[in-house]
Design a protein around this ligand. Structure first.
Ligand code: ADP
Length: 390
């Protein structure tokens, strides 16, 4: 099962995307609809709201919730809003969980959540899709749909801005053009990313790919932020560090984001394996880092990898504060500062990448880098001792 979070500002085209994904075979869970269902006439949710806020929140003729009346009561009263959320949120969460659990094992579950960004929910999903259109275009479309302009503006003003949305978007769907363009992108995304991603997660199959070294990509840090939060969430908020070449600004690298997740022991790492696999980071096996110094027994680790076909990730589970953990941080930080070492390392990587171009997974390439890494031990030690570049 793949869990996809879908969001975007009001009028951006979320419902249009959700409907297309449903047509393609996704199970769509609509947060707004659930929010209405849990307070529908005859529900415990509605009864609780009436006992908290009084009969004034009911429409006298239909007996249904008068949303306008309720909104007026909670609009500028944080306490009242907390009471309301205390009634509705657990019910919406329970109903969501029920729907997700009843979906097939191989389902792509798309959760359409207008307030995904505002509520910080992004790390819960394997992938976040954000639908985007400029505010003026959204206004125009909403007014065409029959919403008052004033109302539309007010709602937009309360929502997250594009900077916050971009920060969590694994996929940014631009809907400023014709509907057909949007739908074609959705179809392509479904076939090329969501379907294989779902199978990879379910089969615990990591996403590989050619180990070609590419020029430094300035979007790597933002991608790493997003994916790092996802890993931390899956692991119960343990420490996650973006390491490796993609964490060194300016350095050419294989387009594989490396992370390390801090654990207190390798037993603890093994206990986390299932949660990480379910989140899309299955274990590749028991392993150890190349021993750089000290007791070889201290260099054990667990290697996991990502399953998203469009984003390769290596995830190293290391004992926090152990030699492997420290080495990765020190190596990264040294290369960030020491320009000469960075250039030299880049040169070595480019040469080895060409030499191992036929090696599908890049392991031989990794091994071939080891002599340079071994020689770096002394240089790094000198760098940290003397506080200066080599
Ligand atoms: P949301 O669910 O994000 O509020 P909708 O999918 O309901 O947005 O889209 C808002 C309105 O704009 C709808 O009336 C929809 O039919 C229309 N719409 C969506 N995409 C386009 C587009 N590319 N061009 C024109 N109208 C669009």
């Amino acid at each position: 099962m793949l869990r996809v979070g879908l969001s975007g500002g009001i009028g951006s085209g979320k419902s249009t995307v959700a409907k297309r994904l449903a047509d393609l075979g996704a199970v769509v869970v609509d947060a707004d609809r659930l929010a209405r269902e849990v307070v529908a006439p005859g529900t415990p949710g509605l009864a609780e709201i009436v006992s908290a806020f009084g009969d004034g929140v009911l429409d006298p003729s239909s007996g249904a919730l008068d949303r306008g009346a309720l909104a007026a009561l909670v609009f500028s009263d944080d306490g009242a809003r907390a009471v309301l959320n205390g009634i509705t949120h657990p019910k919406i969460a329970a109903r969501t969980a029920e729907l997700v659990e009843s979906a097939a094992d191989d389902a792509v579950v798309v959760h359409d959540v207008p307030l995904l960004v505002e509520n910080g929910l992004a790390p819960m999903y394997h992938l976040v899709l954000i639908v985007h259109a400029p505010e003026s275009v959204r206004l125009e479309r909403l007014v065409l749909r029959g919403l008052g302009e004033e109302d539309a503006r007010n709602r937009m003003a309360k929502q997250a801005d594009d900077v916050a949305r971009r920060a969590v978007a694994d996929v940014w769907l631009d809907n400023s053009g014709a509907p057909d363009q949007l739908l074609a992108r959705v179809d392509e995304l479904w076939a090329e990313r969501l379907t294989p991603y779902e199978a990879n997660v379910r089969l615990r199959r990591y996403a590989g790919g050619p180990p070609k070294v590419v020029p430094y990509d300035p979007t790597w840090p933002a991608q790493a932020e997003r994916i790092g939060r996802r890993i931390a969430f899956a692991a119960g908020q343990r420490r996650v560090e973006h390491i490796g070449s993609t964490a060194v600004p300016g350095l050419a690298a294989k387009d594989v984001l490396d992370f390390q997740l801090g654990v207190s022991s390798l037993e603890e790492a093994d206990e986390l394996a299932e949660a990480l696999a379910a989140a899309g980071f299955p274990a590749l096996g028991v392993g150890h880092d190349t021993v750089k110094y000290g007791d070889p027994a201290d260099w054990g680790k667990r290697l996991h990898a990502g399953t998203d076909p469009a984003r390769r990730v290596n995830l190293h589970l290391r004992v926090e504060g152990g030699p492997g953990w420290d080495w990765a941080l020190r190596f990264r930080d040294w290369l960030r500062v020491d320009e000469a070492a960075r250039r030299e390392y880049e040169e070595v990587k480019l040469r080895l990448s060409r030499a191992h171009a036929g090696d599908a997974e890049g392991f031989a390439y990794g091994d071939a880098k080891e002599p340079w890494m071994a020689a770096a031990v002394g240089r790094m030690a000198a760098f940290y001792r003397d506080g200066q570049a080599s």
